[in-house]
Design a protein around this ligand. Structure first.
Ligand SMILES: Cc1cc2nc3c(=O)[nH]c(=O)nc-3n(C[C@H](O)[C@H](O)[C@H](O)COP(=O)(O)O)c2cc1C
Length: 195
């Protein structure tokens, strides 16, 4: 059975190329569901239909209403990429005021493999909150791909969102039970509304 990946993207540069990431995840064998932060959804507002056609699922960006049904299959793994500086710090502080953060902050404690690759510049990364947030997430077993083995913040105004290393981020999932090729051991999905 095809395993479901929640690809979760924040309003950071590489999200302009999130369709590329979806195709790469699909090529790696994932049934790829896309979740955007509300800010990221604004970037794609005119083309959300294209993303839904590509993934074959609704693109979610808001918490559902209490009476609405879950729109996505249960997640076998979650990848937050790109993770913005703002969402990183909110997540590290336990704030889940977006569906994107609600899914991952709870998902990791329900046994779902969660990886995250940030994308922000060195000035943003110099904030003391960033190191604290990364430590807090790693303590919770979130695989934070930041530093030599992941994303290294770029000098301000010198980012290259088109060169974001999607393949490295996806490969991190293959290292663990989240791989679509891994043997299924337990139904580790979570409700698609982060509850
Ligand atoms: C054009 C544009 C590009 C941005 N690029 C980044 C970025 O690459 N990394 C980042 O951390 N924030 C970036 N920001 C700032 C975030 O979009 C902003 O902090 C936002 O509140 C993040 O919300 P979210 O994490 O819920 O998506 C950018 C903002 C704009 C307007």
């Amino acid at each position: 059975m095809t395993r479901a990946l929640y690809l979760i993207a924040c309003a950071a540069g590489p999200t302009e190329h999130i369709d590329t990431a979806v195709r790469k995840a699909q090529a790696a064998g994932w049934d790829t569901c896309l979740v955007l932060t509300p800010s990221a959804a604004r970037w794609w507002a005119d083309r959300l239909g294209d993303l839904e056609a590509l993934t074959g699922h609704p693109v979610r960006s808001e918490y559902r209403m209490p009476w609405e049904r879950d729109a996505l299959p249960k997640a076998d793994a979650m990848l937050v990429a790109p993770l913005s500086c703002s969402s990183l710090n909110k997540w590290g502080a336990g704030i889940s005021d977006t569906l994107a953060l609600g899914l991952v902050s709870e998902g990791v404690h329900l046994g779902v493999p969660v990886a995250a690759m940030p994308y922000f510049n060195q000035a943003q990364g110099a904030q003391p909150a960033v190191a604290r947030s990364i430590a807090a997430l790693r303590e919770q077993r979130v695989r934070v791909l930041y530093g030599p083995d992941g994303y290294q913040p770029h000098p301000p105004k010198q980012g290259n969102p088109a060169a974001f290393p999607w393949a490295t981020a996806l490969a991190a999932l293959s290292d663990d039970q989240g791989s679509p090729h891994a043997k299924e051991t337990s139904p580790n999905g979570v409700p698609a509304d982060g509850r």
